[in-house]
Design a protein around this ligand. Structure first.
Ligand code: SAM
Length: 268
């Protein structure tokens, strides 16, 4: 058997399939999720069930969203897990997570995410922040670094601003390549995301906040005077107490929100 065949399944690169194969790491992830029978749990990309099995053992039920038809079918037919799972075969990036809400019970979402689509998938998930209690994701370590980075650092960018706008973000553990089959070429890490309360998310339009980030970080070496010139002038930045000779990476989350709200109020 080659390294690409694991538990009788040939890993599909196009679906970002790197299966967890390390009991200690799996244990740590499950401990971080802390599944309980009353939880409304959702796993993205259960694959061959490395995290699914110990979680469903503790929770008794779990909803999963898996793109790979063969793997989804395998889970449905699984003798022990199958009856305890609700399997949605499809693309998590198109999935309406709010459809899983029952009463007041918020979702607890987790997954070892396909690295090739992790950023758009995170942005899709942020849209459901009001319905989510917490999220735990295995990601490329570089992505986790960017999500938790603060201003004045190279890793600080649109993903940092938007992650921290929606969530409190904390790294949980680092995971080396040899914990997966096949081993990815990059280091990995698990992040815990706890959505902020709606009243803490003060942008009047998240679309505008995202646009400001896109423009500001598009050419991150440029000063704000240049990078934001399509959106507001140096004088308008000064009205907000922002020095136009600074760069995007020097702004705080609060300043990004202030800029976005000013545009919402004055340029709509
Ligand atoms: N959870 C398993 C584990 O830890 O061993 C598998 C993790 S593997 C990195 C990513 C999983 O996500 C694969 O099972 C893959 O088929 C699935 N996947 C890839 N793209 C997806 C998408 N857009 N929506 C849902 N699942 C996806």
């Amino acid at each position: 058997m080659t390294d690409k065949v694991h538990l009788g399944h040939r890993a599909r690169k196009r679906f970002g399939q790197n299966f967890l194969n390390d009991d200690m790491i799996i244990d740590k992830i499950v401990t971080a999720i802390d599944p309980k029978p009353s939880d409304n749990l959702v796993e993205i990309g259960p694959g061959l069930g490395a995290i699914t099995e110990p979680v469903v053992d503790l929770s008794g039920h779990l909803t999963v969203v898996e793109l790979d038809k063969d793997l989804a079918e395998r889970l449905v037919k699984h003798p022990f897990m199958g009856p305890k799972l609700t399997v949605h075969q499809g693309d998590a990036m198109k999935f309406d997570f709010s459809s899983l809400i029952k009463g007041d019970e918020k979702l607890k979402i987790f997954g070892n995410l396909p690295y090739n689509v992790s950023t758009p998938l995170l942005f899709h998930l942020f849209e459901f922040a009001d319905h989510v209690e917490h999220m735990h994701f295995m990601l490329q370590k570089e992505v986790v670094k960017r999500m938790v980075a603060g201003p004045d650092s190279k890793a600080f960018g649109r993903l940092s601003v938007m992650t921290q706008y929606y969530c409190h973000a904390m790294p949980v553990i680092d995971v080396p390549p040899e914990c997966f089959k096949p081993a990815p070429k990059v280091d990995s890490a698990v992040i815990r995301l706890i959505p902020k309360k709606p009243e803490q998310r003060t942008a009047k339009s998240t679309k505008i906040l995202n646009t400001v980030c896109l423009e500001a970080f598009n050419q991150r070496r440029k000063t704000l005077r240049n990078s934001l010139s399509n959106l507001l002038s140096t004088d308008e930045l000064a009205q907000l107490g922002i020095d136009a000779s600074k760069r995007a990476e020097n702004l705080s989350l609060a300043q990004f929100i202030e800029i976005a709200n000013w545009i919402y109020d004055n340029k709509q």
